[in-house]
Design a protein around this ligand. Sequence first.
Ligand code: GAP
Length: 444
Amino acid sequence: MADDFNDQALMDKIVSLCKRRGFVFPSSEIYGGFNGFWDYGPYGARMKRAIEALWWHEMVETRDNVEGLDSTIIANPTIWKASGHLDQFSDLMTDCRQCKSRYRVDQMEDPTTCPNCGSKDLTEPREFNLMMKTFVGPVFDEDHVAYLRAETCQPIFVDFHSVRVATRQKLPFGVAQIGKAFRNEINPRNFTFRSREFTQMEMEFFCDGEKGMEWFEYWKAERIRYYREKLGFDDSNMRIYVHEKLAHYAKAAIDIEVKFPFGWGELEGVHHRGTWDLSRHSEFSGQDLQYFDHDNGRKFMPTVIETSVGLDRTMLAILAKSYDEDSAATKKEGMDEDVRVVLHLPPMVAPIQVAVLPQSKKLNENAYALYKDVDRFFRSEYDDTGSIGKRYRRQDEIGTPFCVTFDFDSLNDNAVTVRNRDTMLQERVGVTQLRSYLEEKIGM
Ligand code: GAP
């Protein structure tokens, strides 16, 4: 990751907004927190589910050749032997003997000096395994050790044969999964960017090795298109990093990097993993995971193309690119504050898509009935406290794209005022057209 800029002030504002408005809280905060763990508050949980739903729709629901899976977090530990995680999934670490800080050697600018206290008294670098351990069964000894999964893709490889038989899929086809992954990261940092518990959204596409590079190019293009069309990333905040050094089994790999407040960072990897994963699981399980192609009588080990993205990082990247302080806009709506804090979130992933606001509490009965109706189709919220201007600002700050005001005229003309978060323009829309109007604007 090239750290060519670092906007700490922006990061602080995002962290503060996330806490204040209920997107993300430090885990176990009343006990002093727990480094590398984060809780998603009410708006954060909604946004997280919306991102998951968008990804799932894009990768599974709209494709006949991708199936879904929901596997366990803890599984037979031999999986992690086969995947190489138990032997290789480690970082080189060094400790400062003076201040007791611990660092990943590859992240130190000068691996001979402690970045915290400047001491040169560092331990020899040694390996530190990132797998989280637990015990399964009544005896807490080495024979009962199990691991929390470090990535969601391994169970996909392990269940490959069962999924194929159950669905009667022929190659090429993919299997996708969303779920928690756990890594004992040495230096969790940059808010949710590097956490110890996080959510991954991964898809493994199984194909004939002869077509491997074609499918790699296909998925690379598809994923870039998704970020552009569905989440509004563009050349100003997204770039591709092509790996030159590849794992011995890999044929090609790219990272989709986006701008975070602290610099460019990896959001997603698209990797051509060859036949490595299924070969290893065949070897360690003793099960033949090869594919027999009835059309041409060939039997072969499928090649895997992987797309792998972190959900927490996706949300952080969206929040970072959406955060805005708009000083020109403040007077427009009769507000006397210095800046309007607004999140220009893509409407499909905004935690609240429509806020329904009665002009006066006297209109509560009708306005609330409208809200209940709107809430059946959109993530919605009802707010009847404070001036309309203040209520707009509250919604701007959590990224609500549309505010619908029910006023006294609405009683007579059966129409409402829809205010657009980004343009701040208002339009009068008939209540009977409201659903289709909003669906079109949100892009559903
Ligand atoms: N199966 C391949 C794999 O797991 P990875 O690059 O280790 O590859 C994939 O992880 C994605 O998961 C990353 O691009 C990132 O978005 C997310 N990710 C990885 N480690 C993370 C962490 N400690 N905290 C948050 N997200 C993480």
